[in-house]
Write a protein that binds this ligand. Structure first.
Ligand SMILES: Nc1ncnc2c1ncn2[C@@H]1O[C@H](COP(=O)(O)OP(=O)(O)OP(=O)(O)O)[C@@H](O)[C@H]1O
Length: 645
């Protein structure tokens, strides 16, 4: 289907459309077979080229209900699709239900024609939308490519799309993933492969999840490919009997799944099952599989992925001992801050003191952790400060890490169990960093703990009372996440006792003054006395600083410690070539997508007007949804409000 569809030229497809409009039968083979079938079905539904259909679209509460219904699908697919969307700039990815209702949209937002944009809440059923990749993938139960001109009702639309269904272990359809890209892309089959890889990876994840209490054998002909989507998976019970075989494994093993299920793995491996299990008592083991017809490589994964080694891995836990530079007393920290912000920080400190939670919001490097530590210190230095980065922990470990577990809670649990970060923070402060990245299912458990103030460790029925102050932080706007259904509203209100929004460097009222302050403090710290050249300061203030304070600090400190001993004034020439380049080409400097919008906003009145018009258009394209529009523009929602205000 891939190559044949790719070979169809738009001229041939146009001719086919004309045949259809004249009521003539299409010559056999003129269209790709699945497109042909789809066009025939569309005609039977009364659709034909030129039909302008009314598309059903869910309102926000209906969409929330759909998302709740398909919560498991979203939790499974969301992180992977996000990653692909970040990779494939300029493409749009959709996650949809088995009846083609779009649950979420990622990346670019394409508009099909002046009437519809593709986004969450629309339903792409063939009966009203005509030929399209999501509908076809569901009907054909296979990956499909639908080129721009093959969309029966929208032949002049600017996009082509590929889609693949996501099947569960029984072969039932859980949903689908669509990838939409510009129609003139020369190699659409690349996207088809990408979407197949994505659904393949998700199906493997489902298999591992389903059989997490069992042994899972990965098989492939090549060691290098053992972790790829082309590897096959076999689930085994504790005695080595085969419980399930996925389609890839059946291919590698050269037999139908049904013929393999119920047989003993020793028949395939030649080794004793006991011996193999002993090899991988604490971790997965690599095996050579001497099979008739050739040698395969395998990896046998023991039941339950939660290994004690992984749980005690300190690298995934934010260290409890604070970095010296981050440990500043609250008053010293807010001394130079704008008055309103300093007032908010003091308010947060008072709130924390009486047990109210504090939420710190701000882009990366805006000083959330620094403020959290200062707030903690203002309560009394003797108490523990426990920071947990919710984004850095694998999803399967967060629960054990937060709530702890009892002895023998699962295979390989530490002797004596583990108290968990919440209990460790007892009497002190718990910082839940990047809380916006916490999976929805865990949010529910955390909410219960915060309400009831007791923790029940995994595998243990005893309740442990906890008494700690909570500071949550996120670079993502939690209100936006709540609106999008990605963060629980009730948890948001539980955490947002006092909200402090930390401004980006570009939002500082007196950035030049702040740069001088920071420079003076660094000079004191390093015992140097260099003057900052004013032309350089101008360049520094014009730069966008996507990494905020952290980036500024790196830039200034590197220049200071690298300056010649006799140097008295730091000018542009004193900076590294990389920094000189960044500061002279500010528009290109941004890895950060805020660069374009922000930079234009700093420009002339005319540019500002153009920027505003662009924002209004984007907002309209997103049905007035500020969250979605801000995301599409690559700026924060508050920035969007401000710029439009
Ligand atoms: N107001 C400030 N003045 C000067 N330096 C600051 C200020 N705020 C933060 N910094 C410095 O910026 C760096 C980053 O701060 P911090 O780690 O607190 O930011 P963050 O918002 O938690 O970042 P991330 O979200 O990436 O974890 C630190 O080295 C800190 O000392």
């Amino acid at each position: 289907m891939i190559s044949r569809a790719a070979l169809r030229t738009s001229d041939v497809i146009r001719q086919a459309r004309e045949h259809l409009l004249r009521g003539q039968q299409l010559p056999l083979g003129m269209l790709d077979a699945c497109i042909d079938r789809s066009w025939q079905r569309c005609m039977e539904h009364g659709l034909q080229p030129g039909t302008r259909p009314e598309l059903p679209r869910l309102d926000s509460s209906e969409l929330r209900t759909q998302r709740e219904t398909h919560r498991r699908l979203i939790e499974l697919a969301d992180p992977l699709i996000r990653r692909v969307a970040e990779d494939l700039r300029g493409c749009q990815l959709l996650l949809a239900t088995p009846d083609a209702t779009v649950l979420k949209s990622y990346g670019q937002r394409f508009v099909l024609n002046d009437r519809f944009h593709i986004g969450a809440g629309i339903n792409l059923d063939e009966r009203w939308f005509g030929t399209n990749a999501p509908a076809l993938a569901l009907i054909e139960r296979a990956p499909v490519l639908v080129k721009s001109c093959e969309h029966l009702l929208f032949p002049d639309n600017p996009v082509s799309c590929v889609a693949a269904p996501l099947l569960d272990l029984n072969g039932d359809c859980l949903g689908l993933i669509d990838l939409t890209f510009e129609a003139d892309h020369p190699r659409p089959e690349i996207f088809l492969r990408r979407v197949q890889q994505l659904t393949g990876a998700l199906e493997q994840r489902l298999f591992f999840r389903h059989y997490q209490q069992h042994w899972v054998l990965q098989v492939h002909a090549s060691l290098a490919e053992l972790d790829s989507v082309s590897c096959g998976l076999v689930a085994l019970n504790e005695t080595g009997l085969i419980l399930a075989v996925d389609s890839q494994a059946a291919q590698w093993l050269g037999e139908a799944s049904a013929a393999l299920i119920g047989r003993h793995i020793e028949e395939l491996l030649g080794n004793s099952w006991k011996e193999i299990c002993r090899q991988c008592e604490s971790c997965s083991a690599l095996l050579g599989l001497p099979l008739t017809g050739g040698q395969l490589v395998g990896r046998l994964n023991p039941p339950d992925q939660w290994q004690p080694a992984a749980l005690s891995n300190e690298a995934i836990v934010v260290p409890v001992s604070p970095e010296p530079s981050l440990c500043r007393d609250l008053e010293a920290l807010v001394e130079e801050w704008p008055m309103a912000l300093a007032r908010e920080a003091r308010r947060a400190s008072r709130a924390l003191e009486v047990g109210l939670p504090v939420l710190l919001q701000g882009k990366t490097g805006t000083g959330k952790e620094q403020l959290a530590r200062a707030l903690h210190i203002s309560l009394g230095e003797q108490r523990p400060f426990v920071a947990l980065n919710c984004a850095a922990l694998p999803e399967s470990l967060i629960e054990a890490e937060l709530f702890g577990y009892g002895e023998g809670a699962f295979t390989g649990a530490r002797k004596g169990g583990y108290s968990g970060r919440l209990v460790q923070a007892n009497g002190g402060t718990l910082m839940l960093d990047e809380i916006g990245d916490m999976p929805l299912a865990l949010q529910a458990r955390l909410l219960r703990v915060l309400q009831e103030r007791v923790v029940t460790p995994l595998g243990d029925h005893r309740e442990v009372p906890i008494d700690c102050r909570v500071i949550a932080a996120s670079h993502r706007d939690l209100e936006i996440l709540v609106t999008a259904g990605d963060f629980r509203e009730d948890l948001y209100y539980r955490l947002a006792g006092v909200v402090v929004e930390l401004p980006t460097l570009n939002e500082q009222v007196d950035l030049a003054g702040q740069i001088h302050e920071r420079w003076a403090s660094l000079c004191r710290h390093h015992g140097r006395h260099l003057v900052l050249d004013e032309t350089l300061v101008e360049r520094l203030t014009a730069y966008l600083w996507p990494g905020n304070w952290r980036e500024l600090e790196h830039c200034l400190e590197a220049a200071l410690v690298g300056a010649e001993p006799e140097c008295q004034r730091l000018t542009m020439e004193g900076l590294s070539p990389r920094w000189q380049r960044k500061l002279t080409q500010p528009m290109e400097s941004g890895v950060d997508s805020t660069a374009t919008s922000e930079d234009v906003c700093n420009g002339s009145q005319e540019l500002r007007e153009m920027e505003r018009a662009h924002m209004v258009r984007t907002l309209e394209a997103h049905d007035g949804n500020m969250t979605a529009a801000a995301r599409a523009l690559g700026i924060s929602r508050s920035t969007l409000y401000r710029r439009l205000g």
